[in-house]
Design a protein around this ligand. Sequence first.
Ligand SMILES: Cc1ncc(COP(=O)(O)O)c(C=O)c1O
Length: 266
Amino acid sequence: MEDPSLPVHRRIVEDNGGEIVGVPVDRHGMDVGQLRSTHADGVIVTPAHQFPLGATLAPVRRAELARWARRADAVVVEDDYDGEFRFDRQPVGAMQALAPDHIVYAGTASKSLSPALRMGWVVLPARLVEPFLAARGPETVSTIDQLALADFINSHALERHLRRMRAAYRRRRDALVETLAASPYDLRLDGVSAGLHAVVNLENTSLTETDLLGLAASGGVGIHALGDYWITPRDRQGIVVGYSRPPLHQYPAALAAFASLLAPPS
Ligand SMILES: Cc1ncc(COP(=O)(O)O)c(C=O)c1O
C-alpha cells in the first residue's frame, strides 16, 4: 500500500488475510523502486491523484509498475477515485491499459456524483472475473440506480455535470489557496491541482496537527490530520482539507473559520 494511504483500505486487506507493506510516496507518486524490493503480490495505488498527498504517478513509474506487475505476476489495483477532477490540465489517462492482465481499474461515483450512491465499477483481467464475482456475492447496486446512471451518461448529462463541477471545485480550491497565502505562516498545498481535497503542508511553520485539530474541533471546522494516514508514522505535519463541502453559500464562512485557525496567537 502507498504510505500514506486510506486506512479503511488497509483494514479491508487485513480483514481478508493480507499483510500490509507500506511503500513511500514522494512528489512523483509511489516509489515503485521500493515496491520492487518487497515480496508483495499485490498493490493498491492511486496513480491519477495520490491519496492523500496529491501527487500524480510519473509516466516512468507507471511503466515501471506495469513491468513489476508482469514480472512478479502481481495484481495492481488502480484506485481512480477522483480522476475526473484535474484543474490545471487534461486528466491523465488510466494506467490499466499498460498491463491489462495485471491491473484492476476501480472507479467510483463517490466523488463525481455522491458517496451516498454507493456505486463503483471495476475493469478486471479476464482471469479475475469469476473470483471477483464469487467474492462479491449476489449483492449489487440497485438496478434502478444503475439504469439512472446509464441514462445520465447516455444523455451527456454526466459530462455536463462534470464540466460544471470541475469549474466549481477549481474555484473552491483557488479560494483555499488564497486563504493560505493571506495567512502569516508559510503554508502551501501539496500535490497537483485536482480532486476534492488537498494537504496543507505545515513543515515550514510552528503549527502542529494536534494544535490545529484542537482549534478546529472547538471552532466547528472539519479537517483531518495527515498523521491519520501513515502506515509508518512520520514527523511530517500536514492537514487534509476537503473542499467539496459545505454548500457554496456557506463556503466563504467555512474558509474564514479555517483562516482564523491559522492566525498566530495574540
Ligand atoms: C482514496 C480513495 N479511494 C476510493 C474512494 C471511494 O470509496 P467508495 O467508492 O467506497 O466511496 C475514496 C473515497 O473517499 C478515496 O478517498
